[in-house]
Ligand binder design. Structure first.
Ligand SMILES: Nc1ncnc2c1ncn2[C@@H]1O[C@H](COP(=O)(O)OP(=O)(O)OP(=O)(O)O)[C@@H](O)[C@H]1O
Length: 269
């Protein structure tokens, strides 16, 4: 089976400095992979390089093949095509994905109409409105009709993240990248959004690249994991094996820190 995403010796540089070094991983349709490591280890840059979204000043080398297309060195035109169809990203802070001055229903309608056009079945008017409401319902937003006419600032953080997820789904991506999708939310809302992502990924048989520093959440969400430290892969494998029997000291220290936090939360520390 050809992988949906295949990174080979992917590196990201800023000037002469390597921020991600020779990273290789592959992800098939329907698979879920976690990318973990402490802050600054290169998780976000890996996902940005894999989708051709690196900010100016940073450059990628190596190979990143997404849905059969080489991303490294591809033109913006080619990349836009891939981003609207093969892959969508949900970021930590939903406001980055939302236009503060546009009603959220219209914001969800845009990628929906674009994707429908690409599929050769254009959507507009009442049919498009109906598709927007169905999508808001799919991400379990209450009262979709009222939601659709709201502006982002009228919604809670969790509701905004649901809108961002709806916009990602509107692209009908084969691969969903979730970059710390719940870090900005309170604990109860985090659990709800994680449950939602889990359900949607299964129902739509999407591949998931899940970026997180929350190890218990990673353990519950993905099948395989890649551990990054200062841009280098320290170990990779089945999540139960890596977490159950970590080989690298860095992975052991990440797990020990997660356990200490857990104990403190439970009042055992
Ligand atoms: N535009 C940039 N120019 C120079 N260095 C950058 C740039 N963006 C990120 N970096 C550096 O690259 C390294 C990796 O950053 P990255 O955002 O991928 O980390 P991360 O693992 O996602 O961290 P976090 O969990 O905090 O989001 C960091 O040391 C960061 O300071």
């Amino acid at each position: 089976m050809t992988a949906l995403l295949s990174l080979e010796n992917l590196s990201v540089h800023a000037g002469g400095k390597a921020l991600v070094s020779n990273l290789s991983l592959s992800l098939n349709r329907g698979e879920r992979l976690g990318l973990i490591g402490e802050s600054g280890s290169g998780k976000s840059l890996t996902s940005l390089a894999a989708t051709g979204l690196l900010p100016t000043g940073l450059s990628a080398s190596g190979s990143a093949i997404l849905a059969g297309k080489q991303v490294i060195g591809a033109s913006d035109r080619e990349l836009n095509k891939l981003r609207g169809t093969a892959v969508a990203i949900v970021f930590q802070e939903p406001l980055t994905a939302l236009d503060p001055l546009m009603r959220v229903g219209k914001q969800v309608a845009e990628p929906l109409a674009r994707r429908a056009q690409r599929d050769g079945a254009p959507l507009s008017g009442a049919a498009l409105d109906k598709a927007v409401l169905a999508l808001l319902d799919e991400v379990a937003l209450p009262d979709p009709q009222r939601m659709a006419t709201s502006y982002p600032h009228e919604l809670s953080g969790g509701q905004r993240q649901r809108i961002a997820i709806a916009m990602a789904l509107a692209c009908k991506p084969d691969l969903l990248i979730a970059d710390e999708p719940t870090t900005a939310l309170d604990v109860t809302t985090q659990a709800e959004i994680l449950g939602l992502l889990d359900r949607l990924v299964r129902e739509r048989n999407m591949a998931l690249l899940f970026i997180s520093h929350d190890l218990p959440v990673v353990a519950n969400t993905v099948e395989r994991v890649v551990v990054l430290r200062q841009g280098e892969t320290v170990e990779a494998g089945n999540v139960a094996e890596v977490f159950g029997n970590p080989r690298h000291d860095y992975t052991k220290s990440l797990l020990a820190a997660a356990r200490r936090l857990d104990d403190a939360m439970e009042g055992r520390a």
